[in-house]
Design a protein around this ligand. Structure first.
Ligand code: 1GP
Length: 233
């Protein structure tokens, strides 16, 4: 097995207030790549590529096309192990700790190993916590798990701390794509106070104000998908 450099993990640990734009290969149109890359906010640090339903082929075509237009690091945000793609730079190795479906806690991860062993992808061990964003999310539908209510702050903090004790390197607080409201600043700051790991926040972030609030509450990285995507679909 090749050694994976921990370059992006270090960046995520050391640099605050970063921005990732999420591209869903299922909605991505190859002929729009150039325009899409030009429209990226100047502050963009990473591209996340993935979605609940995208195929491996769509994911690979999307990443190869993006790679021709930009040097930004591309991080896989896989909804399924078949989205593992060697053309990316890194992968969020997600475990859906807010739910109790063993498929998304460990089975998909085991199934992805034959693809990962042969790859140079940097592996980012990430605890993925689905938090209620005001409407059913595709993560809930696909994983058949329920989101944690935003009022269950203690449960969210305990889950994040359990992740830290397990050795995860990143905490991802996810309100779901197209969420009516994002993860609250109260939740982000409670996790930030209790937990040493960098916090990624995504789902339902539509305005610069919401993004700033997430940073101020303790998010190291925010992820924006729908609000960017709407310019292209
Ligand atoms: C990434 O699922 C989010 O965490 C993306 O959410 O599409 O609502 O920006 P939006």
């Amino acid at each position: 097995m090749k050694t994976h450099t921990q370059q992006l993990l270090k960046q995520l640990q050391l640099v605050g207030e970063q921005l990732a734009i999420l591209i869903d290969p299922d909605k991505f149109k190859l002929h729009q790549t150039e325009a899409m890359v030009k429209a990226l906010p100047s502050k963009t640090d990473y591209l996340f590529v993935g979605g609940s339903t995208a195929t491996g082929q769509q994911t690979e075509a999307c990443i190869k096309s993006l790679k021709q237009q930009t040097d930004l690091p591309i991080i896989l945000f896989p909804g399924h192990y078949q989205q593992v793609c060697q053309a990316a730079d890194a992968i969020l190795f997600l475990s859906l700790l807010s739910g109790n479906n063993p498929d998304y806690l460990v089975h998909h991860q085991v199934a992805s190993v034959p693809h990962l062993r042969a790859s140079k992808l940097e592996i980012l061990p990430t605890a993925y916590l689905l938090i209620d964003g005001g409407r059913p999310s595709s993560v809930e539908r696909v994983s058949q798990t329920s989101a944690i209510a935003q009022t269950e702050v203690e449960l969210i903090v305990n889950t994040a701390l359990a992740a830290e004790f397990m050795g995860k390197q990143l905490i991802y607080l996810e309100a779901g794509s197209g969420a009516l409201y994002p993860v609250s600043t109260e939740v982000i700051s409670a996790v930030h106070k209790a937990c040493r790991l960098p916090i990624i926040v995504g789902g339902g972030l539509k305005t610069q104000h919401q993004i700033e609030q997430a940073y101020q509450a303790g998010a190291s990285l925010v992820v924006v998908g729908t609000a960017f995507e709407q310019q292209f679909i």
